[in-house]
Design a protein around this ligand. Structure first.
Ligand code: ADP
Ligand code: MG
Length: 240
C-alpha cells in the first residue's frame, strides 16, 4: 500500500531523513516511534506531500506520488491525517466540519454527506454533538471529531501524528480507543505516538526512527522485549 524508497529530506543544510526505506501492507498498522526531533513528523508529512522529499520515492498503491505529474489533491483525498492539535474549523459546527470536504471535494450532496457524518459521529460516540461548535468540546471530543472528519473522506490510509499528545491525561484513553477500534478494519494506519503501551498492543510493526534513520523495524513483542540496537535500548530505557 505504501512503499518508501530511499527517502531523504533536508531543510537547508539539515538532513532530517536519511535514506529511509519501508513497505507497509494494506490494512497494516504501523507505529512510528523515536525521540523528539528524530524526523517522525517529517516522514509522515512526506507520505502525503505536506513535505516534498529531497530525494527518493514514495509509492502509494503503486503510484509514485513524488513524480512531477502527480495529482496531489487526489493523493490526499485517499489519506486522512490527524494532527496533535485537532485543526477543526472553529467557525463551523461539528456537522459542518464533517461534511465540508465530502461535499466540496467529493461532490456529495449535503444529505448524503450528513447521513454518513452521523454514522461516523455515532462510531466515535459523539452523535449528540453534531450541532455543537468545536470551542464547546473537550480536547478528547475534538480529537474524536477530527478522526471522524478524516474518515468521512473514506481514505484507504490514515496518518496520525501524536494524536493524544495535546490532551489532558484523562482524555487520552477515549481517543486511543477510537483509534484502536479502527485498527485492523482494512484501513492502513501509520501512527506517530509516545504511548508505548498502545503501540505495543495495537501495532503490527514498530518502526523506530532516530536521527533521521530508520534504526529498527520489528514486531512489537520483539521490539519491546528484545530490541536489537543500543539506540533502541537507550530510548526504551527512558520511556518505559
Ligand atoms: P519529530 O516529529 O520526530 O519530533 P520532526 O520531523 O518534527 O521530528 O523534526 C525533525 C527535525 O527537522 C528537527 O530538527 C526539526 O527542527 C527539523 N524541521 C522540521 N520541520 C522543519 C522545517 N519546516 N524547517 C526546518 N527544519 C525543520
Ligand atoms: Mg513530531
Amino acid at each position: 500500500m505504501i512503499k518508501i524508497d530511499h527517502l531523504n529530506k533536508s531543510f537547508g543544510k539539515l538532513d532530517v531523513l536519511k535514506d529511509v526505506s519501508l513497505e507497509i501492507d494494506k490494512g497494516e498498522v504501523v507505529a512510528l516511534i523515536g525521540p523528539s526531533g528524530s524526523g517522525k513528523s517529517t516522514l509522515l508529512r512526506c507520505l502525503n506531500l505536506l513535505e516534498i522529499p529531497t530525494a527518493g520515492h514514495v509509492y502509494i498503491d503503486g503510484t509514485d506520488i513524488t513524480a512531477k505529474a502527480t495529482n496531489v489533491v487526489k493523493i490526499r483525498e485517499n489519506m486522512g491525517m490527524v494532527f496533535q492539535h485537532f485543526n477543526l474549523f472553529p467557525h463551523m459546527t461539528v456537522m459542518e466540519n464533517m461534511i465540508y470536504a465530502p461535499t466540496k471535494v467529493k461532490g456529495l450532496t449535503k444529505e448524503t454527506a450528513k447521513q454518513e457524518a452521523m454514522r461516523l459521529l455515532s462510531q466515535v460516540g459523539l452523535a449528540e454533538k453534531a450541532d455543537a461548535y468545536p470551542a464547546t468540546l473537550s480536547g478528547g471530543q475534538k480529537q474524536r471529531v477530527a478522526i471522524a472528519r478524516a474518515l468521512a473522506m473514506k481514505p484507504e490510509i490514515m496518518l496520525f501524528d501524536e494524536p493524544t499528545s495535546a490532551l489532558d491525561p484523562e482524555m487520552v484513553k477515549e481517543v486511543l480507543q477510537v483509534i484502536q477500534d479502527l485498527a485492523h478494519t482494512g484501513i492502513t494506519m501509520v501512527i506517530v505516538t509516545h504511548e508505548m503501551g498502545f503501540a505495543r498492543n495495537v501495532a503490527d510493526r514498530i518502526c523506530f526512527l532516530d536521527g533521521g534513520t530508520l534504526v529498527e523495524v520489528a514486531q512489537p513483542q520483539e521490539f519491546f522485549t528484545n530490541p536489537k540496537t543500543d539506540r533502541a535500548k537507550e530510548f526504551l530505557s527512558k520511556v518505559l
